[in-house]
Design a protein around this ligand. Structure first.
Ligand code: GUN
Length: 293
């Protein structure tokens, strides 16, 4: 069996098109959705992500304001920048690209963002609402995963899901999304991590296996159940002198061997990555709608 390739580029384009329809409807009511993006430092990888978020805004008709700060920005100055966007009624979404330099307390910055404008869904108010099943702004990467699965024709209903990774950005919110009662969820969820013993005992049972650990090609064929849906959240740069950029991108899944046994699999790039940006567009529209309710 060779896996069906789940096309994140196509599904993300569908979602951006849906967001554009909603943006047009808001504009007809005199509301112009606006996303503020704060980028500290000069990490090339973060710059690629930030630029793709700004480009997506242009495509769907969301206004974007990008603020770039030097790596040595003081925490107080960054908090003041967040306050400025919190107070600006024309701004509906605020995103601070992570990671931040070590001298800045990431949680202090996240907690300063108005939860109503927290399009990353990282604020404790949104994390708490997600956990108890209230309507909220959910983190974009995990929110895209049930969309990828169900829009490719697979169900999540009653499925055994194993997530590898317990980050606040992916693993933990994803547990809370997939465990809820309701469409695109209703799964039995197990969250494994670096402290899990006999990991493959869990992963081999998974109908849906989601790798979000940040270790290149960590998930190998022997860890995967035949016919399962494998979602690869990893984006790792590995040295490759044969490549024009001297690196190539690989996921957390050993794609070539796992695709021989899985029922469906997301590629890297072109799987989960584009979905994050598409879901950010959805969240920005949702924030603009909620703020103007
Ligand atoms: N860094 C890696 N992923 C993300 C994300 O989803 N949002 C933000 N703000 N930073 C990130």
């Amino acid at each position: 069996m060779v896996a069906t390739i789940i096309d994140g580029i196509k599904i993300a384009a569908e979602i951006r098109a849906e967001a554009k329809v909603e943006v047009d409807a808001l504009k007809a009511q005199g509301i112009e959705p606006c996303l503020a993006v704060i980028f500290v430092g000069e990490s090339p990888a973060s710059k690629v992500y930030v630029d793709s978020k700004v480009r997506a805004c242009e495509e769907v008709g969301i206004k974007s304001v990008k603020k770039t700060a030097n790596t040595d920005i003081k925490q107080e100055a960054l908090l003041a920048l967040v306050d400025q966007f919190n107070d600006d009624e024309n701004v509906h979404g605020i995103l601070v690209q992570l990671p931040l330099p070590h001298h800045i307390d990431k949680n202090a910055i996240i907690e300063r963002i108005d939860p109503a404008k927290d399009v990353d869904g990282f604020h404790p108010v949104n994390a708490g609402k997600l956990m108890i099943g209230l309507d909220c702004l959910a983190p974009c990467t995990p929110a895209g995963i049930p969309e990828l699965i169900t829009r490719s024709g697979y169900s999540t209903e009653h499925k055994k899901v194993v997530i590898i990774g317990r980050s606040n950005i992916v693993g933990k919110p994803l547990m809370n999304i997939l465990v809820q009662k309701g469409p695109k969820a209703n799964c039995t969820v197990t969250c494994c991590h670096s402290g899990t013993e006999h990991l493959e005992k869990y992963t081999r049972e998974a109908d849906i296996l989601i790798a979000a650990i940040g270790v290149p090609e960590f998930v190998t064929q022997g860890m995967v159940k035949e016919g399962s849906v494998v979602i690869d959240v990893g984006i790792n740069r590995v040295d490759d002198l044969e490549h024009s950029r001297a690196y190539r991108l690989v996921g957390d899944v050993a794609y070539d061997e796992v695709k021989e046994i899985a029922g469906a699999i997301t590629p890297v790039p072109g799987g989960v990555g584009p979905m994050t940006v598409a879901m950010l567009m959805k969240n920005t529209v949702k924030a603009a709608r909620m703020i103007n309710r």
